[in-house]
Design a protein around this ligand. Structure first.
Ligand code: SF4
Length: 350
């Protein structure tokens, strides 16, 4: 049964309680039992209600097929759903708190040329319950190891384009944010898109989560070589759509910029980025490219990275360099790839 109980929002639960002729007063106990301690159900829920939930919904979390830990503390889970499909979920250490990188689709239809996931093709969307379940699994794993650890924050940057599955992602964000359910603050969540225009229009009024755009080139034609959807979802229109997102005073849009050797790091690119972003509430996140098996692009040297950054800073842009995490277990950005078939195929061709 792929009807995950973790897909249900408070509103859905209220409707269900009404349908099942149960008092709405049990809702806090129901949610505490589901997300904190199942023994609460025995004390506060009728047997009939528990039976109704168990009969109609799948209460199990997906299983963890493998766990890989990198030396820098990054942990990559291969998470298996009830139909056998798998995605990768990554816990990334960041100062005193972990961030969990959630997948939103099995595979991806966007086919970006810098991305390992893109080589795998699209299989299916994840339901909101499957997205939320990845978070619950990763958090449980972390708390089992270190009970005092803080709840991880969230980035939607795993496998898939989140806005290509916008309705399920929106529902997942509501459930993750709801203080009666999981209670992750909106500012603790960042959604990254390659520029899915209709998705941006659908989600832009979703207040106060953070947004990131995979930019990678300030030039329309060049960017299309990296991100094919850029041909139909034109960069200038994507930027204008992002301009419409209401931001809090200290909130910025993050523009992710992969640093690719001999491709997008010239002075022309510095000028292009300056023209595009100088007047915007923008942070540029420079990400040195992480090679993967068969990739056509190369990583620049440390000096080139530093020099490119300094030129942007000299033009008064806000710039960060993202340190690569988990590269040796292919858990870094753009390196995630899904299923056993793909892994077996890679192993055979090595
Ligand atoms: S970068 Fe993101 S959108 Fe592009 S292929 Fe990879 S997972 Fe899909």
């Amino acid at each position: 049964m792929n009807n995950s109980v973790y897909s249900l929002s408070t509103f859905n639960w209220q409707k269900l309680l009404h349908e099942w002729e149960e008092s709405s007063l049990v809702l806090p106990f129901l949610l505490d039992g589901l997300y904190k301690d199942r023994s609460i159900w025995e004390k506060h829920l009728s047997k009939k209600l528990v039976e109704n939930i168990e009969k109609n919904y799948n209460l199990n979390l997906p299983t963890i097929s493998t766990v890989q830990e990198a030396q820098d503390g990054t942990i990559k889970f291969l998470v298996k759903f009830i139909d056998g499909f798998e995605v990768e979920t990554v816990l990334i250490p960041f100062h005193k708190r972990f961030t969990v990188c959630l997948s939103t689709q099995v595979g991806c239809a966007m086919n970006c040329s810098f991305c390992y996931t893109g080589t795998q093709g699209y299989k299916r969307n994840l339901s909101s319950g499957e997205i939320v379940s990845q978070y619950l699994l990763a958090r449980k794993w972390l708390k089992d190891k270190s009970p005092t650890s803080l709840d991880p924050s969230i980035v939607f940057m795993g496998q898939g384009e989140p806005l290509h599955n916008v309705d399920e992602v929106k529902n997942a964000i509501e459930i993750l944010n709801d203080p009666k359910m999981i209670g992750i603050g909106k500012r603790q969540m960042t959604l990254s898109t390659v520029g899915h225009l209709s998705g941006i229009h659908k989600i832009k009024d979703f207040p106060q989560i953070n947004f990131a755009l995979s930019l990678h080139s300030p030039f329309q034609e060049e960017r299309s070589k990296l991100i094919p959807i850029n041909e139909s979802n034109r960069l200038i229109e994507v930027i204008q759509a992002l301009d419409e997102i209401p931001l809090l005073p200290r909130q910025f849009i993050t523009y992710e910029y992969l640093l690719i050797k001999d491709f997008n790091m010239s002075d022309k690119h510095v000028e292009g980025l300056t023209t595009l972003l100088k007047k915007r509430k923008a942070i540029i996140n420079l990400i040195p490219f992480n090679p993967f098996p068969g990739s056509q692009w190369q990583r620049p040297g440390a000096d080139e990275i530093e020099s490119f950054k300094n030129k942007l800073v000299a033009n008064k842009l806000r710039v960060m360099i993202r340190t690569t995490k988990g590269a040796e277990i292919l858990a870094a950005c753009g390196q995630l790839k899904v299923n056993k078939l793909a892994r077996d195929k890679d192993a055979r061709s090595e």
